[in-house]
Each structure stands twice: as C-alpha cells, then as structure tokens.
Design a protein around this ligand. Structure first.
Ligand code: WTA
Length: 662
C-alpha cells in the first residue's frame, strides 16, 4: 500500500508540469460539442440566441416572443411574455413522451436502503404534495420553507411549490433551528416542510422537536402550517392545527393537480446566502430564464446524453443542489443518484461504491471533497469499478492543481475530462468553465465564459486590466438565470451588485485573472465572505453570533487559508472585563456559534486577544489579522491606534491551540 502511495505521489509530481489537458480522444469522439461552433453561435445578438435556446430546451405553454427586457434595469426581465410551468417541464412532459418509467433518482439512504423513484412516481408525489399545500391555503406567490435531508421528498417538495406557483425557500440541513426560524421570519413563510428526525453518520437528530423549541420561545404567527415527513419514524411532538404528517396529508389529497401556467418572471425560489453584513441576502430567482440556463448548462457542460447517470454530491440546500440535482437534471429528463449520507459514512469509499452500483457516468463535487478523498487514500476508490465514469466536474472554490490531478488520475482514470465550473447562487447557473469535448482543461483555471455569457476582469475604476493581471470579476451583460432581486430588499440588490461599476455591469465579488486565451482563474472573494469547504459564510454573521455570548466583549472573524477546507474561520476574541480565555471557553464559544448559526460556522480557531488592531477611527484592520493568522510578515502598522497590539497577537497565536473537528 505504501509503495502504491509513493508511486502515485511521484506520478502526480510529474504531471504537475503539464499545464493543459486536451479533451481525451475517446470522449471527444462522442461528445455533443467538439469544436468552437457553439461559442461562435451567439454572435452579435445574444438575447436572440437565448430565445432560440429556450424554445428548444423548454416546453412553453405560451412561447415567448421577447428575450431580454432592460427597460427597468437592473431589474432585468427575460422572456417576459411567455408562460410555462417548471414542474411540467421537469415531470409531465417526460411522462407524456413515454418516459414515465425512467428513473429520476436512484436514492440511497445512509444505512444502505435503496429506492428508485421514476418520473411517473415523482410526478404523482409532486401532485399530491401540491394539493396538500393547497388544502392548507397555500397559493401562488406564498413562501414555503423546506428544511429536509437528502431524500426524494425534498425534490418533490420543491416541484410541488413550483407546480402551484408558491415560492420555495430551502434551508441547508446543517443550519441551526434558530437560523431556520430567522429565514422563515424574514421571508414571511406560511408553511414549512420538514422531517421528524434526520440521520447523520449513524446518529439521529430530532429536527422537528428542535424547531418546536425555537418556535415556542419566539413564536412565528405567519407560519401557519408545518408538514412533517415521516423519515426516521420515532415519536415526534405534533401541534394540533399547525402540524401535519405529510404522508397523511398527501393520502387525503386528490391525485391530480394542474401545473399552473405561470408568467416567465413569476418567482420560483428564494435562497438565503451570506453577504457582507450579518443579515443574509434572500436571492430571488424566477421561472423561465432560470430553468433555461440551468437545463442548458447541465446538458452542454456535462455533455449529457440519454443514457447518462448523473451524480452531484451537493446538498439541495445550496444552489448547486437546486440547479444540478433538481431543476437542470429533471428538466433534461436525466437519471441521477441521490445520496442521503456523508461522504465517509458508512465508509470512506461510499461515493465510489455508488458510482459502481448505479453505473454513474458523470460526477460533480467540490474541491474540498476531493482533498478529503486524497487524504483518505486512493485505496478507497480503487476498491470499486469506476470504469463507467466519463466526465468529472468541480464547483464551489478554486481547485489546487494537485487535487485536480489526483481527481483526473485516481477517479477519472485519465480518460475523463474535468470541468471546473465557476458560478454563484446569484448567477443561478454555470457561467465560466470549459466545454469538455471542445476545449483544453488547465488545472486550477476555471475556463472561458460559456456561450451567451459576457465576463471581464476590471480594476477598481471599472477599466479592464491587462491580460494576466489580477482584478475584479465582472459580468458585463445580463444572462437568463441571473438573480432578479433580493427578496423585499431592492435597495440592497442595487447597492450590492450594480453600484460598483455603474449601470449594466454586475459586480461578482471575486478576484480573478484572465489569460491570453480568455481563460479565467478565480482567486477568491474580495468582500467579507468566507468560503469554507465551498460553503459561503459572512464574517459579520459569525462575529455577531460570537459577541452575543455574555462573556465576549468584541470579536473579529477572518477566513484563514486552510489545506483541507480552502478557508477556515479564525476568530479573534476579546473577553469581558478580566475574564481569562480557557480551553473550556473555546468549546463553549464554538458550541454557541453552532447553536446560533449551525455547525458549519464554528470557528476552527479562536485566538484570545486583549485588543484588536484598529485604525484611529476605530475600524478593525482585518488584513493584519489575516497576516498574523497565516504567519506572514506584518505590513505597515503605523496607522494603528495601538501599534503594539500586533506584537501581542503574534505571541498569542504561537500559544493558541486549534480544537479538533468532530
Ligand atoms: C466561489 C456556488 C473558484 C466564488 C455555486 C463564488 C469558485 C462563490 C468556483 C459562490 C470555482 C464557485 N472556482 N471559485 N469553480 N465556483 N466559487 O453562491 O468565490 O455558494 O463567488 O455558489 O464560490 O458561492 P455560492
């Protein structure tokens, strides 16, 4: 085994010099797109090209005649005179075309249970669930929260909302009950679909009971209904009138529910994401443009064919799950694998076991996961037959070349192209990558803007930087799947995305470089957003959770580079009065953050500091905190109110311990 590992190291080391990887010949021979024609297709009139694409890829009830409408910019509209229904496009049309028996999801539970859900079954469940929502008075435009683990009901719940024009607001299962409550409150959700208990690595968590607790402490009168999926099946408290078992409500509901034709700009979902302030942003997506680009990118970027088996390892609580577990794959009538559990449970080769079991051909995951697999060792994938795989993808954060090469060699057997896809919750769909049959991949470099997407790298004043120079990533023309607004906060929408560079240019919030071939390398966020294992968190959100602890006077949070998770949260904490920082208190603060936001926001490292580096005007200099946390030489400290504070922090860093993750 040790020899194996050394051989692999040596081979990866040799490959590190190879800067580009052309499409593997066998892949390219059968690929959908093998030359530059698709790139040339948009030509001058990009909106007209998108109009053609949407007519081809979706089934419109009323075909749109207009493409982009910029008259209310930056509140852009796409295909505004068209009408369609997302759940019809994801379900009914496939069943009507005789593909009802095709598997939509091969579901695998944590303890090995298997359930194949066909398109016909998913349609039947979706209709009954939509009727159950209607029976509780949920109507077009009402917000419905979804807080579910990775089970087929999660997809059905989203589609049920889409079927009747309700707007879903999915919350990632790793968030705390308090965060769920907050997201239900700010979106004025009328109903919430959740689960009795969730399973995680052999344990169960009483989700419904925990939600009850926060709702009892701070009631939410707007939340009239809670549907509970019977998943683990243990005793669960139910509140008369408000709470309903979903299976019972569905059994009592009529089997048929009309897929309501909706205007293209009808809201489809809100997804809360972290921004520069402690208040999460309710990113709003609408119907026609979003579905067009989610479906189009899923088909073209992943070279989707009829017989492919797709496996996206994301959670539906993130945008990747929305676009590439639910909407893109289902709109394209694809067969997917959905896995309930963690990548290392019940064993560290579970993903590869699933690839072998279901004959997965296309696999999409995050660089953090690849780095974890590297650490666990190549012996886990090697225990499984991965020969059906023909394409691999990554998303969420930059991928370091070594992880790229390991993925290419160990998982892809050197025959699968890798697409490194750059996009955001806001963009709705992949924007920058390589078309796998047509373009060379460069490890660590995302790729070029996709057809119909206009991306540039600008300086602070909005002027294009020179080739190869670092600048700010910007999108210079509207695109169909773009966010339409921040829920009930149009001022913040304009301010956050459209004020930096002036009218018509979208501010991404990422630093990037573009090479002479137009390939974009994405470097990372330029705002106070931290990317931990591909999960977006705001420093302000974590700070405000920490300072809410009675023993804390002040806190500053930064994202520190981390070998495993890309970035990790480090918190500099000043305690009240003359309280001493202890290991117990480290544990207490981490638990406190887990309770307020969720486990994913727990600081990896807490550094006690009797003061923080501040300018004379009182602004915390995070740049210096990042320098000291990452062990770099400190820059100019003369502008600090107390220049000695940094020397004390450097000392503190050396003695501070990093707690173990559980
Ligand atoms: C980062 C996830 C480098 C980026 C779909 C972006 C990436 C943020 C990549 C969005 C990539 C995403 N290479 N960085 N391929 N993909 N990012 O909203 O900083 O959760 O702005 O959407 O992740 O994160 P979000």
């Amino acid at each position: 085994m040790a020899d194996h590992a050394q051989d692999l190291e040596a081979e990866l080391g040799r490959l590190l010099d190879q800067e580009r990887f052309p499409p593997p010949p066998a892949f390219a021979a059968a690929a959908r797109v093998t030359d530059g024609t698709l790139h040339a297709a948009p030509g001058e009139d990009v909106p007209a090209w998108w109009l053609e694409q949407t007519r081809e890829i979706l089934d419109w009830k009323v075909e749109p005649t207009v493409s982009l409408d910029s008259s209310k910019a930056p509140f852009y509209e796409w295909f505004a005179d068209g009408e369609l229904n997302v759940s019809h496009n994801c379900l009914d049309r496939h069943v009507e075309a005789g593909r009802g028996e095709k598997v939509a999801f091969h579901w695998r539970g944590e303890e090995g249970e298997e359930r194949d859900v066909t398109y016909a079954e998913l349609l039947a469940d979706t209709q009954r669930m939509a009727n159950a929502l209607k029976a509780r008075g949920i109507d077009k435009g009402d917000v419905v929260g979804i807080f579910l683990p990775m089970i087929p009901e999660a997809a059905a719940a989203m589609l049920a909302c889409a079927r009747i024009g309700a707007v879903h607001n999915v919350v990632f299962g790793g968030f705390s009950p308090g965060s769920v409550r907050e997201r239900m409150e700010v979106s004025e959700a009328r109903a919430l679909i959740t689960v009795d208990q969730a399973r995680r690595k052999g344990k169960t968590a009483p989700i419904k009971a925990a939600l009850d607790e926060v709702l009892a402490a701070e009631p939410l009168p707007t939340l009239e209904t809670i549907f509970v999926v019977r998943h683990v099946g243990e005793e669960t408290p139910m509140e008369q009138g408000r709470d309903h078992w979903l299976d019972e409500a569905m059994a009592a509901a009529p089997a048929e529910c009309l897929a309501e034709p909706l205007p293209a700009e009808h809201p489809l979902f809100i997804l809360y994401s972290s921004g520069s302030t402690a208040k999460p942003k309710g990113i709003l997506h609408t119907t026609g443009g979003y579905l067009t680009q989610a479906a189009w990118t899923h088909r073209e970027v992943f070279d989707l064919g009829d017989d492919d088996v797709w496996f996206c390892s994301a959670d539906i609580g993130w945008v990747t799950g929305h676009s590439y577990i639910v909407y893109g794959p289902l709109a394209n009538g694809a067969t997917s694998v959905m896995y309930e559990g963690a990548p290392d449970y019940p064993h560290k080769g579970i993903w590869w076991e699933l690839c072998e079991r279901y004959g997965v051909t296309l696999f999409y995951t995050a660089p953090t996961a690849i780095r974890a697999c590297m650490k666990w060792g190549a012996e886990h994938p090697r225990e499984h037959d991965l020969s059906t795989l023909r394409l691999l993808g990554t998303v969420g954060e930059p991928i370091n070349p070594k992880a790229w090469l390991w993925y290419h060699k160990v998982i892809g057997g050197e025959r699968c192209p890798i697409v490194d896809t750059w996009w955001q919750t806001e963009t709705g769909a992949i924007m920058v990558t390589t078309l796998p049959g047509a373009q060379d991949a460069k490890p660590g470099v995302a790729g070029t803007p996709l057809p119909g997407v206009a991306v540039r790298v600008l300086d602070n004043e909005g002027k294009e930087v020179s080739t190869g120079e670092q600048g700010l990533l910007a999108i210079t023309d509207p695109w169909p799947a773009m966010l339409r607004n921040l829920y009930q906060d149009p001022d913040r929408y304009e301010e956050t995305y459209w004020s930096k560079f002036g009218p018509g240019t979208y501010f991404v919030g990422d630093a990037a470089r573009m090479d002479e071939e137009g390939y974009v390398s994405v470097i990372g966020r330029v705002d106070d957003v931290i990317n931990v294992s591909g999960h977006r968190l705001s420093t302000a959100e974590v700070e405000s959770a920490i300072v809410a602890h009675p023993k804390v006077a002040e806190a500053a949070v930064i994202g520190q580079s981390d070998e495993d998770s890309g970035q990790a949260i480090a918190a500099f904490v000043t305690l009240e009065g003359d309280l001493e920082g202890t290991d117990d208190l480290v544990g207490e603060l981490r638990e406190h953050v887990a309770t307020r936001i969720g486990k994913l926001a727990r600081p990896k490292r807490i550094i006690w500091s009797d003061d923080l580096p501040k300018t004379r005007s009182g602004k915390i200099m995070r740049r210096l905190l990042r320098d000291v946390a990452e062990g770099r030489a400190l820059g100019d400290v003369t502008t600090l109110k107390d220049p000695d504070v940094m020397a004390r922090l450097e000392e503190q860093i050396k003695t501070g311990a990093v707690p173990e993750e559980d």
